[in-house]
Design a protein around this ligand. Structure first.
Ligand code: SAM
Length: 290
């Protein structure tokens, strides 16, 4: 049986050609065919990199048919590279159908990581990067956009959004209106390009800036937004948690665990634990570590 080829999912630069990796170059030079979102655009990129490879278009309108054709070639032993117009394929870009078809056929797939606008923006936004939530593009229509933003209002992780240049002002206005003008945010514009710029402030300030300064809507942007403040659980939740823990632990151990579970302070949890023990203990007894 012929050994199948490898489907390489290759990241390309989001602006600065210097960001192509040595491995991406080597893989693109070696594969039988490069599947690209826009063959004219990618042909230009390959020429700039000094590479000549056969290109095949793969975009949202032909992806299913192309996937079947490419999987046949992979099964016959050819290596294939998938690239998109910029950045990492499948991140708000085509490639999902091809990947699914390749995995279903038992074809090995391998990532060649590199640029991604979301990660580049997050890395300099000035907002927490340890837990984040990538939401891609908001819906283009205002009512649906506001509904989606409302659904994200309680999200405590840093939010990352992509946006088209002509919608950046409207989206920032809706984000400020629905999430509140005080949330900290960063608009990262034209990353890695000549006019790379960052706008940091509250959503209210950024919405106001976008409304009066057209330069914010020139070029591509990523919006990074601070997550919502975690909601402290109601006191009854602390009591309920302590109620269970006190059946197995001393008040101090139960308080430490309950504080961690509910987000309440340790002192507050300990005081509640003592109060609960006192309320349930027979008159004249003392808790083990009070
Ligand atoms: N796959 C790409 C990636 O890995 O980032 C994203 C493709 S998505 C169709 C295009 C969106 O990515 C743009 O509308 C913009 O929000 C963001 N983007 C891409 N390049 C960018 C850049 N150089 N600076 C800022 N945002 C960029």
């Amino acid at each position: 049986m012929t050994k199948p080829g490898v489907l390489y999912v290759v990241a390309t630069p989001i602006g600065n050609l210097g960001d192509i990796s040595a491995r991406a170059r080597a893989v693109l030079a070696a594969v039988s065919v490069v599947a690209a979102e826009d063959t004219r655009h990618s042909g230009h990129l390959l020429r700039e990199l000094g590479l000549e490879r056969p290109l095949l278009s793969l975009h949202e309108h032909n992806e299913r048919a192309r996937a079947a054709e490419l999987v046949e070639r992979l099964l016959s032993g050819e290596d294939v590279a998938l690239i998109s117009d910029a950045g990492t394929p499948l991140v708000s870009d085509p490639g999902y159908q091809l990947l699914q078809a390749a995995l279903a056929a038992g074809v090995p797939v391998s990532p060649v990581p590199g640029s991604c606008a979301a990660i580049a923006a997050l890395s300099v936004a000035g907002l927490p990067g340890d837990r984040f939530c990538f939401e891609g593009f908001l819906p283009p229509r205002a009512a649906a956009r506001r509904r989606r933003i409302a659904a994200l209002a309680g999200e405590t992780r840093t939010l990352i959004l992509y946006e088209a240049p002509h919608r950046i002002a409207a989206s920032l206005a809706d984000l400020a209106a629905v999430l509140g003008g005080e949330r900290r945010a960063c608009v990262a514009r034209e990353l890695t390009k000549q006019f790379e710029s960052f706008y940091r402030g509250t959503l209210g300030e950024l919405a106001e800036l976008a409304a009066r300064d057209a330069s914010l809507g020139r070029g591509e942007s990523v919006i990074v937004i601070a997550g919502a403040e975690p909601q402290r659980p109601a006191g009854s939740e602390l009591d309920a948690t302590l109620g269970v823990l006190l059946r197995h632990l001393s008040p101090s151990a139960a308080a430490a665990a309950a504080a961690e579970i509910t987000g309440h302070g340790r002192n507050e949890a300990y005081a509640r634990a003592l109060a609960l023990v006192a309320a349930t203990a027979p008159v004249g007894t003392e808790s083990d570590d009070a």
